[in-house]
Design a protein around this ligand. Sequence first.
Ligand SMILES: [Zn+2]
Length: 102
Amino acid sequence: MKLIFSAPQATFIHNLKNILDTYNIDTKILGEHRSIGVGDLPPVQCWIELWVLDDKKESSAMEIIHQAILGSPEEGEMWTCNDCGEKIEPQFTHCWNCGAER
Ligand SMILES: [Zn+2]
């Protein structure tokens, strides 16, 4: 089981879980009732966590979440790869042509 995302808002985590469900990626939400401790714990420890049950699906789950958060390809601006000069769509963090990081 791998932790792939955490956030303070339960609704946000549930939305991500629903999205991953549609891709047949099984997830588990942890820490939902931890907010009782707010005040004693540093805020980040009260965040709700989304875990992927199958370790092998971690990277695809990350990719899906990444796209869900960044939105559709129409949003944002194209960027140009520093290494090869290729124009890359905004949702990608790496150049599809040469693999360089944005
Ligand atoms: Zn490139």
